[in-house]
Design a protein around this ligand. Structure first.
Ligand code: 5AD
Ligand code: SF4
Length: 469
């Protein structure tokens, strides 16, 4: 039977304010006059980095005396933490801003994150009722920017990316009671032809290993047993302190922290995925049996056009290293269909790669031309309809592969971290390989508990089982 965890009740009801680092030198929110009595609404779009940034932003606001509310109508300050990875995601914020217009004059409105960085002060032209525009590389200045807003300045901007600082706060308001996100590196130094991230999040900045390890220890003290280390490219982590830890050494050090049961990390760039990472996984059962290794395309020609810095064969060599690990490691990926110049033959190569690797999960997208990217100047020559067809074919193939791989687990026993109830009489949780397991139990399990579950059936997206007593 697994250990129980003791997460403060507030964590389960949403919104605990927790110390995020023990070392001194936070953003200094406490040095500025508090804005007691004000309320904020914060909505987040996009990836886990954005979700975690919002947890830190909420921490900064709560420390300043703000109270979080559930709807924009109740809020003195409305914030959108935005995503610009694809056109559709970026559009969402402008429709939200349009809906807010009615409240013009009564509340302060801020646009944070990738659309803020991408559009900059142009946002004021499209939505003159916006008061704050701030990209993620400037979040360290948030307390100062908020103080300016509170003192009556109408337009406040934070758009620098030429910083070597990371966004570390004294307090973080974590939303997930089971998995705590910990940023280890911000920004991205790659230049994939389709991607806005190097522009919107700026150059790579790693946190010191001391600061990361202190945060993970404090999370264990709070009752967390699972952490997920975050970065656009965690493999290029370089400890800026004299310890000079590599990413694999950092994984080793995090895994040694007593009380931790699961350590995840995302995202890995194939080019920098070194065998030492697999050695660290082999040596530390606490490191989860899962690697997310975005491939984007199975065609070397397209990978070159994307400027991914690896060929299909080099990618497959990395996969081979992962497959030779001492325990089975689940592999997931990201894929883009319809990149400029992608022929039917290139697309076929992506389909054969899916079979060859046998992914346990895949996020797949139609190519979307983005501002400030190299691919914007390539003719977007795969018609929308054809992109849609390729996406559907790819997703159906991947569904069959996942079903096959999940069905191979029927009859085995897996360890599940219990996260909640899926329906009456059935519980839900995740394996170390990040698979969802819905299961029955002869008793009411505690949330956060680790249980052994025998797998009885499998679908493409989840497993069904019963607790082994
Ligand atoms: N169009 C479509 N998909 C994209 N991604 C990144 N940029 C684009 C784009 N311009 C996908 C990639 C990446 C994931 C986070 O989003 O697959 O790995
Ligand atoms: Fe996250 Fe990328 Fe979207 Fe920015 S653009 S929010 S980094 S997914």
């Amino acid at each position: 039977m697994g250990n129980q965890i003791h997460i403060p009740l507030t964590a389960l009801t949403g919104g605990p304010l927790q110390p995020s680092r023990l070392a001194a030198g936070g953003v200094g929110a406490t040095e500025l006059p508090p804005a007691s009595g004000r309320t904020f609404y914060l909505e987040t779009f996009g990836c886990q980095m954005n979700v975690h940034d919002s947890e830190k932003v909420a921490g900064v606001l709560l420390r300043r005396g703000y109270r979080q509310v559930d709807s924009p109508a109740e809020a003195d300050l409305v914030l959108y933490n935005t995503c610009s990875i694809r056109e559709k995601a970026a559009q969402k914020v402008f429709s939200r801003l349009g809906q807010l217009r009615h409240g013009e004059g009564h509340q302060l409105v801020g646009v944070l994150g990738c659309v803020a960085q991408q559009e900059g002060e142009r946002i004021f032209e499209r939505a003159p009722w916006v008061n704050l525009v701030c990209g993620s590389a400037s979040y360290r200045r948030l307390p100062e920017l908020l103080a300016e807003l509170e003192s009556g300045r109408r337009r406040v901007v934070g758009l620098d990316t030429d910083t070597d600082e990371t966004f570390e706060t004294e307090f973080t308001r974590r939303d997930n009671p089971f998995r705590a996100y910990v940023t280890i590196i911000e920004g991205c130094d790659k230049s994939c032809a389709y991607c806005v991230v190097p522009f919107t999040r700026g150059p790579e900045r790693s946190r010191t290993s001391d600061s990361i390890l202190a945060e993970v220890r404090s999370l264990v003290e709070l009752g967390y047993t699972e952490v997920q280390l975050l970065g656009q490219n965690v493999n290029s982590y370089r400890d800026p302190s004299p310890r000079r830890m590599s990413f694999a050494e950092l994984l080793d050090a995090v895994a040694q922290i007593p009380g931790l049961r699961r350590v995840r990390f995302t995202t890995s760039h194939p080019r920098d995925f070194h065998p030492e990472i697999v050695q660290a996984i082999d040596a530390n059962p606490v490191l989860c049996d899962h690697v997310h290794l975005p491939v984007q395309s199975g065609s070397t020609r397209i990978l070159q056009r994307m400027n991914r810095e690896y060929t299909r064969e080099q990618y497959l060599e990395r996969v081979e290293i992962i497959r030779r690990a001492r325990r089975p490691i689940s592999l997931t990926t990201d894929l883009i269909v319809g990149f400029p110049g992608e022929t039917e033959a290139d697309f076929e190569q992506t389909l054969t790669l899916l079979e060859e690797v046998g992914y346990d999960g895949a996020f797949s997208f139609k190519f979307s031309p983005r501002p400030n990217t190299a691919a914007l100047s390539f003719p977007d020559d795969v018609p929308e309809e054809e992109k849609g067809r390729r996406l559907a074919v790819l997703q159906e193939k991947q569904r069959q592969i996942q079903l096959r791989r999940n069905q191979a687990l029927v009859g085995s026993t897996v360890e599940v971290l219990v996260e909640g109830r899926s329906r009456p009489g059935q519980w839900t949780g995740r394996t170390s390989s990040n698979r969802v397991v819905n299961f029955t139990s002869p008793r009411v399990p505690n949330l956060g508990e680790y249980l052994q579950v025998c797998i009885l059936a499998a679908g493409p997206h989840s497993l069904v089982g019963e607790q082994v007593i």
